[in-house]
Design a protein around this ligand. Structure first.
Ligand SMILES: Cc1cc2nc3c(=O)[nH]c(=O)nc-3n(C[C@H](O)[C@H](O)[C@H](O)COP(=O)(O)OP(=O)(O)OC[C@H]3O[C@@H](n4cnc5c(N)ncnc54)[C@H](O)[C@@H]3O)c2cc1C
Length: 318
């Protein structure tokens, strides 16, 4: 059976990347997970999602800028996204009552390595703050995606520095990391919104649970803690066991359905997204766009090796 780590390792090999980028057989699967190459396409896809009563977070694909110019370009794109979102009718109809903006319909998710974290912490923080200032002027929210573990502490520390000035921000915590129980407490103490995920990167066993059962156990424990004590947490998973446990737990503790949201990735389990909306839960879809889709795409394949088997079958059928 293809393992997650084998897929992540193989796909990082440049000839494999060239093959995937240049072979038409991958196109249908790429367009299932990626909303388009440019902002216009992404806004169109987002409006369709919003029309289904599902909220959106928009992600401009890309990570690890090679120089300051690339980071400034990414920042300009983030700002363009916020300006465009401000004109989307569903966003205009939203009237925030709290600086921390729970239940905002259409926000953005960004990466600190795309803001230039590899070029320097002060440089990335300045870019992040510039984006937050624009978001604040529009009454919008910006979430920092969590990347590989080499960046976790710098991301946490930056959020802690920035949040007092910009409560319209929050981050993501990954249950596969051993450190995450403590990070959950740090974010609860800060009052920042947390998206809880299992974690998508290839991590050594010194920093992350290698066993899926341990990751799932940690996810349930941290999810319960955030649902009880966190501020508008996002339970981000396609795993029905986790979703059922969240539903059971909030019913048992009489936690208001409006005090948290479920999140899923664009192109995955649309049926489940819609049934949760019908049951009265807040649901948000993560909508990625842009031409730097390759690393994101391979993480999605690694989560579900059946997708690769599907491609292989189509390939041999011709
Ligand atoms: C909104 C959102 C934002 C995210 N942000 C981050 C982030 O900032 N940092 C980070 O490290 N990770 C992020 N992730 C990814 C996350 O860490 C997991 O890798 C991903 O969600 C798969 O885990 P799972 O919880 O769905 O459970 P799994 O145990 O991986 O999967 C459970 C079931 O869900 C279905 N499923 C899962 N993935 C797929 C797929 N790709 N295609 C089809 N079916 C699938 C399958 O039925 C599978 O059996 C994000 C995920 C979501 C939903």
């Amino acid at each position: 059976m293809l393992s997650r780590s084998l897929i992540l390792r193989t796909s990082a090999w440049p000839p494999v990347e060239r093959l995937v980028r240049n072979t038409r057989i991958f196109r249908p699967l790429v367009s299932r997970f990626i909303a388009g190459d440019n902002l216009n396409e992404a806004i169109d896809a987002s409006v369709k999602v919003l029309d289904r009563d599902i909220k959106v977070t928009l992600d401009y694909l890309g990570e690890n800028t090679a120089n300051e110019a690339e980071a400034l370009e990414a920042k300009a794109t983030y700002i363009r996204m916020l300006d465009r979102i401000a004109n989307v009718p569903q966003f205009k109809a939203y009237h925030p009552t709290d600086g921390r903006l729970p239940a905002d319909p259409l926000n953005i998710s960004i990466k600190l390595t795309q803001c230039g974290l590899d070029q320097g912490e002060a440089f990335a923080e300045k870019n992040y703050r510039d984006v937050l200032e624009v978001a604040k002027s529009h009454g919008n929210f910006v979430r920092i995606d969590m990347e590989a573990s080499a960046y976790t502490e710098r991301t946490m520390a930056m959020i802690e520095r920035v949040f007092p000035d910009y409560p319209n921000t929050g981050t993501v915590l990954q249950s596969y990391l051993y450190r995450t129980d403590e990070d959950v407490e740090r974010m609860i103490a800060l009052g920042a919104r947390v998206r809880l995920v299992k974690g998508a990167y290839l991590e050594p066993k010194e920093v992350a649970h290698p066993e899926k059962e341990k990751v799932d156990e940690a996810y349930v424990r941290q999810m319960r803690r955030l649902l009880e004590a966190g501020f508008y947490p996002a339970i981000a998973t396609q795993d029905e066991k986790m979703i059922d446990e969240a539903k059971r737990f909030v019913a048992e503790k009489k936690i208001d359905k409006g005090s948290f949201e479920f999140q899923m990735l664009y192109g995955i389990r649309r049926d489940l997204q819609e049934s949760l909306v019908k049951e009265g839960y807040n649901v948000r879809v993560y909508v990625p766009f842009g031409d730097a889709w390759y690393p994101y795409f391979t993480r999605r394949l690694a989560e579900r090796p059946a997708n690769i088997v599907f491609i292989a079958k189509s390939f041999f059928k011709g």
